[in-house]
Design a protein around this ligand. Sequence first.
Ligand SMILES: [Zn+2]
Length: 115
Amino acid sequence: MRERICRCGRPMNKEKRTVTRNIAGRKIVIKDVPVLYCDYCGEILYNARTVKKMDELIRKYPDQNLLIYPKPLEPTEDAPSFLKNPGEADEPIKLTELVSLISQLATQAGLRLAR
Ligand SMILES: [Zn+2]
């Protein structure tokens, strides 16, 4: 299995971390999110699928400020393909790259989030 190398040149670890998202001015905490984490510089990368799942969770429970990331139903789907094809759609991304997507989502979710 290939290791993901951080921009600082060190291997990144697969970890479950608690992620805080700011959506429409609200703080939403999601626990047990699988991420790639660099111990050295603190860089965190997310699988695009993981981000999608977090967004689904937020949409599903618009009134919750604390969510638990579900354990993958098919570990074969989530785990090994995590690192298999960098450069494809599964390329891990930084949360900051998603800011526009998130605001779109917040708009779609309507004013329920912003009440
Ligand atoms: Zn690093």
